[in-house]
Design a protein around this ligand. Structure first.
Ligand SMILES: [Zn+2]
Length: 270
């Protein structure tokens, strides 16, 4: 694997609490404490030395094409050192680290290896995930969405907190549905909640090698994506020897939820 081949400049929309370590309310335990810098995704999953700019959301939307394809660089300063923000206290940060992060890293390494060792044009992969603890993986994804959004997010969706904080809990109401895809092209997506006409309420997070969508109160399955809601039942399925998963690979050029148009499609040359 070429260690540097996935490194590129990324654009992220600003987080109000991004810069300084601060006393604040932890988004997981809701206690007021000193907050730790939380790498989103985990530092060990290709987020150690990410180079990024913070971009105003409107500016980003208005100039999406210029940013994606025409070499426009934001006027803001370039940062380096991993994406993330001050979301969790030291305890909660440590809890995630010792319970879920290693699983995420392991799956990320497998996925990245598969993407990089195959032809770029391949758009769908099937591989075996029987040695991944899928419940832990789903909990880490949930933690990513909690960390990416404001404190208010979990006031509307409190079960997500319980799901992350109790490592044995495998129950989560059916209103929450999770999806994933592979991603190694385009820009990061920040996990913020969006209210869309087509897909209802969704959060989408993308950072190579993965993209995740959390969908709320939508009885319809989101097409094009692999649903992974059943990972919560991992305890009941972990006796099988082989567990295949099929994941599509999508580019994420524009900051629009579930917009997977390719470079050719966006430039009108298909
Ligand atoms: Zn905490």
């Amino acid at each position: 694997m070429h260690a540097t081949s996935h490194i590129q400049d990324r654009y992220v929309q600003p987080e109000p609490t991004m810069k300084k370590p601060t006393i604040g309310k932890c988004k997981l335990c809701k206690e007021t404490k000193e907050l730790n810098f939380e790498h989103i995704p985990p530092r060990s999953a290709y987020n150690k030395e990410t180079r990024y700019y913070t971009v105003n959301q409107l500016d980003y939307l208005k100039n999406a094409k210029e940013y994606a394809f025409e070499g426009l660089k934001p006027k803001s300063k370039k940062h380096q050192g991993g994406l993330g923000n001050y979301s969790f206290c030291e305890n909660c940060n440590g809890f995630l680290g010792s319970n879920y992060v290693r699983t995420y890293k392991k799956f990320a390494q497998i996925a990245m290896r598969i993407i990089l060792s195959n032809d770029k044009k391949i758009k769908s992969y099937e591989f075996d995930i029987s040695d991944i603890n899928l419940l832990n993986f789903l909990k880490q994804i949930t933690a990513i969405f909690i960390a990416s959004n404001s404190l208010l997010f979990t006031e509307s969706y409190p079960e997500l907190i319980e799901f992350v904080r109790n490592k044995n809990q495998n129950e989560l109401p059916n209103r929450y549905r999770f999806y994933m895809y592979l991603n190694n092209e385009g820009q990061a997506r920040n996990g913020h909640i969006h209210f869309t006409n087509h897909y209802g309420t969704v959060c989408e997070f993308a950072f190579p090698p993965f993209g995740f969508v959390l969908s709320f109160d939508n009885p319809n399955q989101l097409m094009k994506l692999s649903e992974i809601t059943n990972f919560k039942y991992y305890d009941k399925i972990n006796m099988v020897n082989k567990l295949p998963i099929i994941l599509n690979k999508y580019p994420t050029y524009y900051p629009i939820p579930l917009d997977f148009r390719s470079e050719n499609e966006l430039n009108g040359s298909t």
